[in-house]
Design a protein around this ligand. Structure first.
Ligand SMILES: Cc1ncc(COP(=O)(O)O)c(C=O)c1O
Length: 412
């Protein structure tokens, strides 16, 4: 095998910055000016930030005043969960319930559980079906029984592991009857499926730059203008007092370039990525009969699945063995699951889909982005049969003595 061949199939973890975003980033980094300063350098930086806000808002069907820049998706999710909960409790101390889908990213789940431990919240995990689609009837039943106690609802737009696109419209419609605010983590959705903030009826929406061609460390929470959000970070009062901290002018400029680009390219890019994904899935299933595709059917239920996501489990293998063996063969992928104290844990997402622990351990996610090509799929299909054979014998050898490892992959 040619050791120089490689395939990056982990765009859902992070995707390369686009050339236009790199150029905008580099140009702006060479300039000085705090957007909050009153002198001309500060005012020039402020103009850049406000233009970026307008560009980003226009790409996402939002108003510029609804954009709150943050230091990424995790921060925006924390601000949504904690900020909405605290703001609602001011006038409604009886509203303790936070409703979240069972397949949320840890950036939503962990702040919600933190609020249960430290701020009197009660978490209700909303069930999903075997494809990862939210059970909207269960949500409606929960609201019918307890709407007066609900502070907020958070349901992701698209899942980062199995790629399921959620029925956000139905969630918003169910919540509207009771006037309950809805947040959605759209980190994996923007640039991959159509996202229009105004049309969605959502109250708050999270996005992050590094999943769509922008830099790491900048994101935004779109917040409906009339909605109260209690700040999590206190300081200089930037971003309407909702998010203090000096604005990252270069990051924000590059973020807006990447959002505009990825949203404009989406209509052409999505079918291309879906075709790569379909070829990968068909090739893997043909080469490895023990593999099972997880999440919605990419062909029969195409609108329920992100175009660039393929997620499979390999019976009798450990996902991390597969990941390391594939990596040595030049293919970079993800297991999608976290590990605790050095022990790989089956993913909470796969368990919520009803997949048993042993099957869930053999999970691998492949995800495509703007720079993906047919040769990425070729390389994976070429090396996979041998990798699976080796991981299977390692899996048989390690039954009962689950391996520990020191490094840590967290779901992304
Ligand atoms: C669904 C989802 N939400 C939130 C995040 C966190 O975003 P960030 O890496 O910008 O903090 C990620 C990325 O790992 C994600 O996939």
């Amino acid at each position: 095998m040619n050791p120089h061949r490689s395939a990056y199939l982990d765009h859902a973890a992070t995707t390369p910055m686009s050339p236009a975003a790199i150029e905008a980033y580099a140009q702006q980094m060479a300039l000085v000016g705090n957007p909050s300063s009153l002198h001309s350098a500060g005012r020039a930086a402020r103009r850049v930030v406000e233009e970026a806000r307008e560009t980003l808002a226009a790409s996402l069907g939002a108003r510029p005043s609804e954009v709150v820049f943050t230091g990424g998706g995790t921060e925006a999710d924390n601000l949504a969960i904690k900020g909405l909960f605290w703001a609602r409790r001011v006038n409604h101390p009886e509203r303790r319930r936070i409703l979240v889908s069972a397949v949320e990213h840890h950036a939503v789940l962990d702040p919600a559980f933190w609020m249960a431990e430290h701020a009197g919240a009660e978490i209700v995990l909303l069930a999903v079906d075997s494809r990862g689609v939210l059970d909207v009837d269960a949500l409606r039943a929960e609201l019918a029984a307890h709407a007066d106690e609900v502070a907020l609802i958070s349901v992701m737009w698209a899942n980062n592991e199995v790629g399921t696109v959620q029925p956000v419209d139905d969630v918003v419609a169910a919540a509207r009857t009771y006037g309950i605010p809805v947040h959605s983590d759209a980190v994996q959705a923007v640039g991959h499926v159509p996202v229009d903030f105004a049309a969605s009826g959502l109250d708050a929406l999270t996005l992050t730059a590094h999943k769509l061609g922008g830099p790491v460390g900048v994101g935004a929470l779109l917040v409906r203008r009339a909605l109260d959000v209690t700040p999590v970070l206190h300081g200089g009062g930037q971003e309407r007092g909702i998010r203090s901290g000096t604005l990252d002018t270069a990051g924000i400029r590059a973020f807006a370039v990447a959002v505009a680009e990825s949203v404009a390219a989406r209509e052409n890019a999505a079918p291309r990525l879906a075709a790569l994904r379909d070829r990968l899935v068909a090739g893997v299933l043909a080469a490895v009969p023990s593999a099972t595709l997880r999440g919605p059917d990419p062909v029969a239920e195409a609108t329920l699945r992100l175009p660039g996501n393929a997620h499979l489990t390999f019976a009798g293998c450990e996902g991390d063995s597969l990941l390391y063996l594939l990596d040595s063969a030049g293919v970079q992928s993800s297991t999608g699951s976290a590990c605790q104290a050095g022990v790989p844990q089956p993913s909470h997402v796969l368990l919520a889909l009803g997949i048993d622990e042993d099957d869930a351990r053999g999970a691998l996610r492949f995800s495509f982005g703007a720079t993906s090509t047919e040769s990425d799929v070729d390389l994976l299909l070429e090396v996979l049969p041998d990798v699976v054979a080796r991981a299977t014998s390692a899996g048989l050898a390690s039954v009962g003595t689950r391996r520990h490892r020191s490094d840590r992959e967290v779901s992304s």
